[in-house]
Design a protein around this ligand. Sequence first.
Ligand code: ZN
Length: 337
Amino acid sequence: MNAPAGDADGRFLIGIDIGGTAIKLGRYRPGARELEAFRSLPTGASRPVDEVLRDIEEAGLALAQEATGAAIGVGVGIPGTLTRDGRIDVLPNFAPGWRGLAVAERLGEACDLPGVVVNDAHAFILAEARLGAAAGARSAFGVTLGTGVGGGLVLDGRLHLGATGNAGQFGHHVYDAHGPRCGCGSHGCIETYASAPALVASVMRPFVQGAVPALVELAEGRWEAVTPALIARAAEGGDPICCEALERCAFVLGVGLADVTTLSAPECIVIGGGMAGLGEALLAPLRRTLVAYARTAEVHLPAVLPAALGAQAGALGAALYASDTLRISVPDETERP
Ligand SMILES: [Zn+2]
């Protein structure tokens, strides 16, 4: 067994990250640096709730039964908002029927274990702040850039949930109150400018008009093949419209993060999610904007870092959050900064 250094008694938690396209899960032994037996299965998010849950229950049970030691809890990350009592409130991009579901309780019962639920961006930054890009920092803000834009804040080493349990929803931080309507009901949210679909949509007209020949070539003339990565490649090759689209996306993120910095002064900002793969093409202009607008934090601007934990971050963070919530002692707690 490929067991990382961890709990001497062999206790472990199961971390589950329910994503729109894949469900990722693995075992977490308190004190370990990564998940063990990490795996993923397709979500099939348009399927009925019970079908999806049955798949997760089976995968969770298999993880629990095939290991040495005792399973002691389940942490579940979901790409949506939660009520204070741990029920799903809004879960976009999934079939109806998830609302009101006490998903962690349900999955926990299936494995006969206590279950804890957490927003996936919260899980992401908790993992990155403890064991990833921001390891060692007392405070860190995390942003996940993908189909949606998520966020979360770790303060003094703990996840900050706020009065609602949903603090740090960076994607719905308003950039321009007169901007386009957002899925949340507000206007001009960061997500309407800086998510992957928003970036792609921003080059649609020039694509159709043939004004971005490099991008048309990279996408082999197919609009549906356009991705943020292709836009970044066209920008790298000098396409002015693609450069501008990326700059604008980075600018909106940078202004939003300047607000975050002014209000909460985190030591680090960690950028994850699919669009973090754009690397410096996105991060360099984002940092310039942060420097220009976070004037009160000039003395100590947060480092803006790409995520370090990759695909494991969500499931690992869900397990860490469950470990915190269930007050499970961690062998190397004293070594934590
Ligand atoms: Zn919004």
